[in-house]
Write a protein that binds this ligand. Sequence first.
Ligand code: E4P
Length: 218
Amino acid sequence: MKFFIDSADIDEIRELADSGLVDGVTTNPSLVAKSGRAFKDVIAEICSTVEGPVSAEVTALEADAMVEEGRALAEIANNVAVKVPLTWDGLKACRTLSQGGTMVNVTLCFSANQALLAAKAGATFISPFIGRLDDIGEDGMELIRDIRVIYDNYDALGTEILAASIRSDDHVRRSAMAGADVATVPPKVLRNLANHALTDKGLDAFLADWAKTGQSIL
Ligand code: E4P
């Protein structure tokens, strides 16, 4: 499974990318607003920090305008994935951009049929929003499972499932079990994946016993 960082905070991204465990980054207009920085500058900086795809979202609503914005974003760096919303216009823009060789992430996906259309439109990634479905009392993970089944039924659909709106460790575990290709994870959640109380306890005990031997490895 690939891990993307869901953030526009360059310091956080840089720190996590140093681990070698990060395969890409997703941003959205809310995350860019939170960074307080100029959109294109942030995307350029992230693209030079991370080799993998960096999602940058258009804000136009009409297909031609989305394509124009998408092309401008794609010019920032080779690893930009243009993010378009899952609307009819977004699907049209996805088709045009992907046919032109641009990576496209179709975002705000809340149904399996939407995901099917995005794949037909040539999306590189489909972003089902797990957390936001859970927020309204639905089961976000069921959507991931449904999309996996549908995409696996048709070899021609090469779109990767990018589990988005992830809020917890359990969302990551269940997305991996459901066969999502990618999870985009907030920095805090990603760091937490490495933690376990028994790891800390076990390490303390090992080091205490090691100190008693009086030895050193180097
Ligand atoms: C990623 O591409 C999405 O924009 C993001 O995961 C949304 O997460 P949220 O629902 O927690 O805002």
